[in-house]
Design a protein around this ligand. Structure first.
Ligand SMILES: Nc1ncnc2c1ncn2[C@@H]1O[C@H](COP(=O)(O)OP(=O)(O)OP(=O)(O)O)[C@@H](O)[C@H]1O
Length: 248
């Protein structure tokens, strides 16, 4: 597949995000440009305050850049009103957060199908069965989130993110609340969605081991992409982060 040309799923061109005005203004992103190809797994790392969350929020249509453009496939998000952005996020983007963000009064299956119902789409039973099986939740779909372990809850969140067949899944520290072994299971699942299902995943993380599951690691410092690493290993990532002063 090395000679296959992949389309870009997410594309940022000269994206800047400035919070506040005048003397107190903070440039969280400075002219960031990056293309993220379909069917790839990208990790975003950088010291605290380097702009990782801002990057993710701008790329996912949760925040609007001060300047520059963000594209999802052929769609330019710049200038979209909140109603259109909400629809786009529901139908074309999946999210996995550190805190799982499941609804405690709903069953596992109801949580998984919630984005579909919000988007007014009819759940495709075969597809739901496939993702429930993939994330290893067979036989648990009638439970409530509180009856599941943290790792199982994050699997529900991943299944929920996959339910609408999104063009991209954004993860914000998706393994941040999990113990090491459980985190590895969830990372393996994310990796499999990329390798087996052609999913595109973009994940912010502080953890070099988590980032090593990606194809590419983007390093942010002071609002800029300062390095891009292919074929990452946790040692190479940790060394790069040390040079960025992340752990001083
Ligand atoms: N709503 C806001 N108002 C003002 N400044 C903000 C706001 N959100 C973020 N910032 C500033 O923008 C910069 C980048 O923040 P961001 O949260 O994107 O960094 P981060 O790399 O995700 O940090 P962390 O690893 O600590 O979560 C920081 O200087 C932060 O203080």
């Amino acid at each position: 597949m090395a000679d296959t040309v992949r389309a870009d799923t997410v594309r940022l061109d000269a994206v800047s995000r400035v919070y506040g005005k005048g003397q107190g203004a903070v440039a969280a992103l400075r002219e960031v440009s990056v293309n993220i190809a379909q069917g790839t797994f990208t990790a975003v790392m950088g010291p605290s305050g380097s702009g990782k969350s801002t990057f993710l929020h701008c790329a996912a249509g949760l925040d609007t850049p001060t300047s520059g453009t963000v594209r999802l496939g052929d769609t330019d998000l710049t200038g979209m009103d909140e109603t259109k952005l909400t629809r786009l996020r529901r139908q074309r983007v999946g999210f996995v957060f550190q805190a799982f963000n499941l609804i405690s009064s709903l069953t596992v299956l109801e949580n998984i199908t919630l984005p579909l119902r919000l988007a007014g789409a009819r759940p495709d039973k075969a597809w739901l069965g496939e993702i429930v099986r993939r994330v290893g939740l067979e036989g648990r779909t009638d439970r409530r989130p509180a009856q599941l372990s943290g790792g199982q809850q994050q699997r529900v969140a991943l299944a929920r993110a996959l339910a609408t067949r999104p063009e991209v899944i954004f993860g914000d520290e998706p393994t941040g609340a999990l113990d090491t072994m459980t985190a590895r299971d969830v990372l393996t699942l994310l990796r499999e969605t990329v390798d087996d299902m052609g999913q595109t995943v973009v994940m912010v993380t502080h953890d070099p081991v988590a980032a090593s599951y990606a194809d590419t690691v983007l390093f942010l410092a002071d609002g800029r992409i300062v390095d891009v690493m292919g074929a990452p290993t946790s040692d190479k990532i940790a060394e790069r982060m040390t040079r960025l002063g992340a752990w001083n």
